[in-house]
Design a binder for this molecule. Structure first.
Ligand code: FMN
Length: 190
């Protein structure tokens, strides 16, 4: 469902969603995968610190299975059909050893760019924090200085009817957001 906005916004922003019905045979090309990682790479970050790091698996390969194994059962159920699973990790300390206060914000921006590039290429991307961070760290042999942040399932959207039960319900549920006046606490332009 298209986002309802008072003024038309960018097409990808209006139509992007986080589906759970993925085509289980669709493969992602190296070009698409590289492009979405490039989009993530070029995100802005505090002091251009770029704390993000990525672990990328294509369905069927070792990294995919390592990331999949760290997801909670609910997420495994649907994301096993994704074409790729991307685990985003981050440095939490700067080069001088001081804490990197903005690392989550920076990673969020990077992932937002990745997601938009994926959707612009006709793919879909679904972010997840429903996973065991420690398990993921061990599974992919993550360097000690990194912490796991989020997993993103990327692939080709399939028909909602391929899902059942609560998964199907969520897939067809109306997408909702707080109204603009509820989130713009001062200065709403109308
Ligand atoms: C940080 C983050 C964590 C999320 N974790 C999960 C998750 O573990 N499992 C899941 O099915 N969806 C997860 N989602 C998807 C959200 O539920 C979804 O983005 C939200 O309901 C809005 O729907 P939309 O993206 O289709 O607009 C997550 C999204 C974000 C941004």
């Amino acid at each position: 469902m298209r986002a309802e906005t008072s003024i038309p916004v960018n097409e990808i922003i209006a139509t992007r969603r986080s589906p759970r019905s993925f085509n289980e045979v669709a493969e992602i090309s190296n070009e698409d995968l590289t492009a979405i990682l490039e989009a993530a790479r070029w995100a802005p970050s505090a002091f251009n610190g770029q704390p993000w790091r990525f672990f990328v698996g294509k369905r069927g390969d070792e990294v995919f299975n390592q990331i999949l194994s760290s997801l909670v059962e609910f997420n495994q159920m649907w994301s096993k059909s994704a074409s790729a699973l991307i685990l985003v990790a981050s440095k939490t300390a700067k080069a001088d050893g001081s804490p990197h206060g903005d690392y989550l914000f920076d990673c969020g921006l990077s992932v937002a760019q990745l997601v938009i590039e994926a959707h612009d290429r006709g793919l879909v991307a679904h972010q997840m924090t429903g996973f065991d961070r420690e398990k993921a760290k061990v599974a992919v042999s993550m360097p000690e200085e990194l912490t796991a942040v989020v997993v993103i399932a990327v692939g080709v959207q399939d028909a909602p009817e391929k899902l059942s039960g609560p998964l199907l319900e969520r897939e067809t549920a109306k997408r909702e957001r707080l109204a603009l006046h509820e989130i713009v606490l001062k200065g709403l332009p109308f």
